[in-house]
Design a protein around this ligand. Structure first.
Ligand code: ZN
Length: 244
């Protein structure tokens, strides 16, 4: 099976469409595994939910998905994120609200655990350091854990020696050659934050057991123009060009 691993689409329809096109060109996929934050920040929340639902997929809840349906308080958000969450709430119809309401906090598929933030704190925790990753390996049972939330592609490896190491997510990550367990972040589709503004996603091919990581150019200006048009905060518009 081939799974498209997408996280943090963040209402960025142009980025989402570009990723789907790219995945199609690379042999397609059987199912999308979406790691949360379908909405928030960007200008097309309804369109992104509808497009995702046209595909066979599973999806888990992110903090912005919950903020958009008032399931979490936005007082923990920075002012721009809170403003975008408030705007997003106003865009959603009953069908979108119901869809976001039903998203689970975590799922297990094959030998993978899927969460948005971390297995320990699925909605809020960022896994960006070895110490945080090391603590989280105790919080899931599968060999592999797929996460999003930080929008930074990276991989943490817990070796048989019990030592946790951090690395960049390579273009090809062969799962069966790993001795130990992995926490994998495939980066963000709609708002990359590693200094590379291109959309980031992966395809997990369970046949050979390889995670293929890709970066995809998309029409950033089209998304920015829409954001200006609906009055979303300038800082959120500018950051898309810079990839942070
Ligand atoms: Zn996010």
């Amino acid at each position: 099976m081939r799974y498209a691993i997408l996280s943090d689409i963040h209402s960025n329809l142009a980025a989402f469409q570009a990723v789907l096109l790219d995945a199609g060109d690379r042999g397609g996929f059987d199912e999308i595994w979406c790691l949360g934050d379908v909405v928030g920040y960007g200008p097309d929340p309804v369109e992104c939910i509808r497009l995702l639902r046209q595909y066979p997929h599973i999806c888990i809840a992110g903090n912005h998905d919950w903020a958009a349906i008032d399931k979490v308080d936005t007082s923990d958000f920075n002012p721009d994120a809170a403003a975008a969450a408030h705007w997003t709430s106003g865009q959603l119809g009953p069908e979108e609200v119901e869809y976001l309401e039903t998203l689970p906090l975590s799922l297990q598929r094959d030998d993978c655990t899927l969460v948005h933030g971390s297995p320990r704190e699925p909605i809020w925790e960022y896994v960006l350091s070895v110490s945080t990753a090391a603590a989280n390996f105790a919080c899931f049972d599968t060999s592999f854990c797929l996460i999003g939330h930080s929008h930074v592609p990276m991989v943490f490896h817990l070796g048989l020696d019990g030592v946790c190491r951090q690395g960049k997510l390579p273009g090809e990550l062969p799962l069966r050659q790993q001795e130990g367990r992995l926490i994998i972040n495939c980066g963000g589709v709609g708002q990359p934050r590693d200094g590379d503004p291109r959309a980031s996603y992966a395809i997990l091919d369970t046949g050979p057991g390889i995670v293929h990581h890709f970066r995809v150019e998309y029409d950033i200006h089209a998304t920015q123009r829409k954001m200006i048009g609906v009055g979303l905060p300038h800082r959120l518009i500018d950051r898309l060009s810079l990839g942070w």
